[in-house]
Design a protein around this ligand. Structure first.
Ligand SMILES: [Zn+2]
Ligand SMILES: [Zn+2]
Length: 141
């Protein structure tokens, strides 16, 4: 299920970018500029400030991490089979990128941290069914 997400990071294309929320300052820019920005950000050593200037994007360099878009990854939600999304890492943490995967349809989340469990509606339903089956198992005795 996990696959090698870090490899997918090396294929940032316009199709992979998820729509940005309206409050994200990058929402005002062309997708092609954002893709170019991301590729320069991850795959060159150029200063963030210079990359932003180069792409004519007005943003404080230290705000970029917070504005990074989500990308679609090649893993599907167990409930609705739509592709899952992941938040892009900072430049510094790209080598150890292990994002949580979020379904845009049902908000199901696959957490990388084992102690976290998803509480989306589908998971809650599945949990109730499990508890019910467990209880009826005891009732029968
Ligand atoms: Zn889903
Ligand atoms: Zn869930």
């Amino acid at each position: 299920m996990k696959g090698d997400l870090s490899i997918e990071l090396f294929k940032i294309t316009a199709e992979k970018l998820r729509p940005l929320p309206p409050f994200n300052p990058l929402v005002n820019y062309e997708t092609t500029s954002i893709v170019a920005l991301l590729n320069a950000y991850y795959f060159t050593d150029e200063k963030i400030e210079r990359i932003l200037v180069h792409q004519q994007i007005e943003l404080k360099p230290n705000s970029l991490v917070r504005c990074l878009p989500n990308v679609e990854v090649e893993a599907q939600c167990v409930y609705c089979e739509s592709n899952l999304n992941a938040k892009l890492p900072s430049r510094a943490s790209k080598a150890s990128w292990q994002p949580d995967l979020v379904c845009s349809q049902c908000q199901h989340i696959i957490y990388q941290a084992k102690e976290k469990t998803c509480a989306c509606e589908n998971c809650q339903l599945a949990d109730e069914k499990k508890t019910f089956a467990f209880k009826s198992l005891f009732r029968r005795k």
